[in-house]
Design a protein around this ligand. Structure first.
Ligand code: KG4
Ligand code: ZN
Length: 341
């Protein structure tokens, strides 16, 4: 059994988690996540320096709590998100991890945030875990990627967005609709009462024949549609809900179509939905249905583990540790671009 303490500060959630792993099974002993979303909402998005300042205050209190908790097992390593993310925010977590690890003589495992999102699916209620090869769709605020996972720590990127990330397009369209930040959950909720067929937004790169994706054209099309409706004086709450539903339909359509094609090309034994947009109700439902139709086992995190958290970083760190991914504490650096492939 290995026990890991993990720190996540890549964006606007400050989080720590303590887990133990044995083989494929992991158990969570203690976890904290504090969202700074209310602070950043006033700015219409995450301000990196403000996020870093908040991480300092929140993280120190969390670390003090776990350090004083005598019920926790002895730690074998400390995992920390090294990237991708906001550099000032990442730096707080990495600096804290180095100090903590140095003082306790623990090895550090630098973890890619995206790899963490994938490993959030290792925490299923029934204890079942994805089998390999697995095909993962990562949809977060900064990334949209299709990853072939051939084993632990063995990732190949087979497709990605050529422009905006899916989550970014949700946030931008939400701003256009006057819904505020973060937009994903707000569009998700509004889409339930709107008509997804009301507006025919484009499906860019739908027929590109590969796993590459594009979302910025949908956003632009929403902008033009909004202008026309506003200029004609026809804007009202029902129209906003219809636009939200039609926009979501276009994004989910692309993601599901691209994954269906990738599944047919790569024939994985499981499908993993990962990242903040994996909290989207429509995407969760459509991806599950599509995976079942294609005969693949489907895995997605529960809602709390879909959003940024440190437990997913701890699990990724645990599997990295097993395959020799630990480093001397002095070697860890912040890498805002760090990626798994
Ligand atoms: O993974 P995450 O928490 O942070 C990053 O690593 O980027 O993802 C945040 C993104 C935001 O763009 C947010 O709007 C989106 O996930 N999101 C959603 C939903 N919940 C969060 N997008 C669509 N529907 C949701 N329910
Ligand atoms: Zn994330």
């Amino acid at each position: 059994m290995k026990t890991i303490l993990a720190i996540e500060t890549s964006c606007d959630e400050t989080a720590i988690s303590c887990i133990s792993g044995e083989g494929e099974r992991v158990v969570v002993h203690k976890e904290f996540v504090r969202s700074q979303v209310e602070i950043h909402a006033a700015f219409g998005g995450v301000v990196p320096d403000v996020a870093a300042r908040e991480h300092v205050a929140l993280l120190m209190a969390m670390l003090r709590d776990v350090a004083e908790d005598t019920s926790l097992p002895h730690w074998d390593a400390l995992a920390v998100t090294a990237g991708p993310g906001l550099a000032p925010a990442l730096r707080v977590g990495v600096a804290a991890a180095k100090g903590f690890a140095e003082a306790r003589n623990l090895p550090i495992v630098p973890v890619c945030h995206l790899e963490g999102h994938i490993y959030a699916s290792w925490l299923q209620e029934g204890g079942e875990t994805p089998s390999f090869p697995a095909l993962a769709l990562i949809v977060s605020g900064g990334h949209t990627e299709i990853i072939l996972m051939r084993g632990h720590g063995d990732f190949v990127r087979i497709g990605e967005t050529v422009d905006d990330a899916a989550g970014e397009s949700y946030d931008k369209v939400a701003t256009m609709l006057g819904l505020g930040y973060p937009g994903g959950p707000k569009i998700d909720a509004l889409a339930r009462v709107g008509n997804p067929q009301a507006y025919a937004f484009p499906r860019p790169m739908e027929k590109s024949g590969d796993a590459m994706m594009s979302f910025s054209g949908i956003k632009t099309s929403v902008l033009y549609t909004l202008r026309e409706i506003t200029d004609a004086g026809n804007m009202n709450d029902a129209v906003v809900a219809d636009i939200a539903a039609s926009f979501q339909e276009a994004v989910v359509d692309i993601l599901v179509k691209k994954m269906r094609k990738a599944l047919r090309d790569y024939r994985p034994s499981s499908v993993i939905l990962a990242g903040g947009v994996a909290a989207n109700s429509e995407l969760r439902q459509r991806m599950r249905k599509m995976s079942e139709e294609e005969g693949c086992a489907f895995f997605m995190p529960t809602l709390r583990y879909a959003m940024d958290n440190a437990t997913m970083i701890a699990i990724a760190g645990y599997f990295r540790l097993l395959s020799g991914g630990a480093r001397d504490p002095g070697l860890v650096a912040v890498n805002p671009q760090q990626d798994i492939v």
